[in-house]
Ligand binder design. Structure first.
Ligand SMILES: Cc1cc2nc3c(=O)[nH]c(=O)nc-3n(C[C@H](O)[C@H](O)[C@H](O)COP(=O)(O)OP(=O)(O)OC[C@H]3O[C@@H](n4cnc5c(N)ncnc54)[C@H](O)[C@@H]3O)c2cc1C
Length: 472
């Protein structure tokens, strides 16, 4: 008898919404959108699920509808691509569920159940039953701690960008943009174009590291030149091989101290200087979102979801694309999403995958440049030396660097033991923010954390899914 998940499932409560589909695509960024459109065009029923109020993901984040933005394209690159994706979604039959925060994907006999929480309060459950699942959950920023990083006025680089694109606001009047990685470029130029005075772009990587990968980065040159021209036009001073060593202020940020880095990645004594600012937008690269993949049992390759040439994970029926499978930018996410969507549709329909040859070529080329960028851009090798003992490392549990170091003195040699001894990583964010910092202080490589729930879930929702069995 075919399994009917509805027949023996516990009552999810009166508010629960339930959908059935062939393919559930989780994440409506470039990867998820391209995947959903490719699969839908090949005759598969697709449901696209995203936590955000609108599709677009991070790269194509749109201003909230109520803001009445007249020229949203002014804040965007590759607006034509967005128009193509948006119009494709409007014209096709992809079912789009926004404001759905997926906290778990469960394997069931006839496929998968995607469990989500609805809306900003995230208390009302919803479920999507799908024959296959495609994970396009993107990535999140790494921010390493330094003295003063918890002051109001210090924001993540991507957070500043999200505020600008999504809410049309700038985080302050005079900003320093700092850290390492390509994301700093759109953030600095975006803030400057929106009227913020950018006191400096402080990049810890030197151009010589990029030059070493010149061949692999050749097709990124026009984009790089475009950013350089915009930085010049807005008179943004660029400090390479520099880092922020301290943020200053009593109840909010008033300035930062920056210093030059020597060839060994250590701060060069005597090079410190003060920059007045009310905003510091800081980021040290990105990490893939792997929670849902890990809870499904998918294998990782390093810190990213491992996929084959068709973007299939090693769990049958589960595909992954975009930054969940490795940080590489929006264009790579788009190509991977298309390839994944074609493959998922073909496997569901019993046909052969037919991805566009251009997407296959783009994926190969862009993966090579992503790998080159990944090895060229890195935080200063000895950043942990700048972290004073009183600097908070785990913000949720308020664990300082001194407490982490004490745990290391007691013999802890890895993140997990530090967590058990100090509670670092046990709070609301479950170590998503502090994990790279704790690993850096411990001198070990970050390890992917296994979190059974991708989002905090109210106990009432869990209780309704798994009611206590009656004693016999
Ligand atoms: C804050 C931030 C800002 C960025 N801004 C820029 C920029 O301005 N320019 C640039 O070149 N690159 C930017 N990037 C990098 C950019 O995100 C990627 O290059 C590109 O968007 C990757 O596409 P993707 O489809 O893989 O993921 P994303 O675009 O990140 O899309 C992933 C989607 O998955 C959804 N999602 C994740 N987990 C869940 C869940 N559990 N339940 C439901 N939905 C979920 C998210 O809401 C998101 O919409 C930014 C990254 C971040 C983190």
């Amino acid at each position: 008898m075919p399994h009917d998940p509805g027949a023996d499932a516990p009552d999810p409560g009166p508010a629960a919404a339930e959908q059935r589909t062939d393919l559930a695509v989780i994440g409506a960024g470039p990867a998820g959108l391209a995947a959903a459109l490719a699969a839908c065009a090949r005759g598969v029923r697709v449901t696209l699920v995203d936590a955000a109020p609108e599709p677009g993901g991070q790269f194509h984040r749109q201003p909230a509808a109520g803001l009445g933005a007249r020229r949203p394209q002014a804040l965007h690159h590759r607006w034509r691509t967005w128009e193509r994706l948006r119009d494709g979604l409007a014209a096709g039959s992809v079912r789009t569920l926004t404001d759905h925060h997926v906290w778990c994907v469960e394997r069931v006999p006839d496929g998968f159940t995607v469990h989500a929480l609805l809306g900003p309060r995230q208390e009302e459950p919803a479920e999507v039953h799908a024959r296959s699942v495609l994970l396009a959950t993107g990535g999140y920023e790494t921010v390493l701690p330094f003295p003063g990083w918890t002051l109001p006025g210090v924001v993540t680089a991507g957070g500043a960008q999200a505020l600008l694109k999504g809410s049309l606001v700038v985080p302050g009047r005079r900003a320093v943009v700092a850290g390492s990685g390509p994301l700093l470029l759109p953030v600095a130029t975006g803030l400057a174009a929106a009227g913020t005075e950018v006191a400096a772009l402080v990049e810890s990587t030197g151009p010589e590291r990029l030059a070493r990968h010149a061949r692999a980065l050749a097709d990124k040159l026009p984009e790089g030149a475009g950013y350089a021209a915009r930085l010049l036009r807005h008179r943004v001073p660029v400090l390479v091989r520099h880092t922020v060593v301290r943020a200053h202020g009593d109840d909010r940020l008033t300035g930062v101290t920056v210093a030059a880095l020597g060839p060994d990645g250590r701060v060069r004594p005597g090079t410190e200087r003060h920059l007045a600012c009310d905003t510091l937008a800081v980021g040290h690269g990105m990490l893939p979102h792997t929670d849902l993949a890990l809870s499904l049992g998918c294998r990782l390759d390093g810190l990213a979801v491992a996929v084959d040439d068709e973007q299939r994970t090693d769990v049958p029926g589960v595909w992954a694309a975009g930054e969940a499978t490795g940080i590489g930018g929006a264009a790579l996410a788009l190509a991977e999403g298309h390839i994944a969507g074609c493959s998922a549709a073909a496997r569901l329909r019993g046909t052969a995958p037919d991805p566009a040859p251009a997407a296959l070529r783009a994926r190969g080329r862009l993966r090579r440049s992503a790998a080159a960028l990944g090895s060229a851009w890195a935080p200063p090798a000895h950043w942990a030396e700048q972290v004073t003992d009183d600097t908070v490392v785990c913000r949720c549990e308020e664990v300082t660097a001194g407490t982490v170091r004490h745990a290391l003195d007691l013999g802890a040699g890895d993140e997990r033991t530090v967590k058990l001894l100090t509670r670092a990583g046990m709070g609301w964010c479950q170590g998503r923010i502090c994990s790279p910092a704790v690993a850096g202080l411990a001198g070990c490589a970050p390890t992917p954390a296994r979190r059974p729930l991708a989002r905090p879930v109210p106990l009432g929702v869990l209780a309704r899914h798994h009611p206590q069995e009656e004693p016999s």
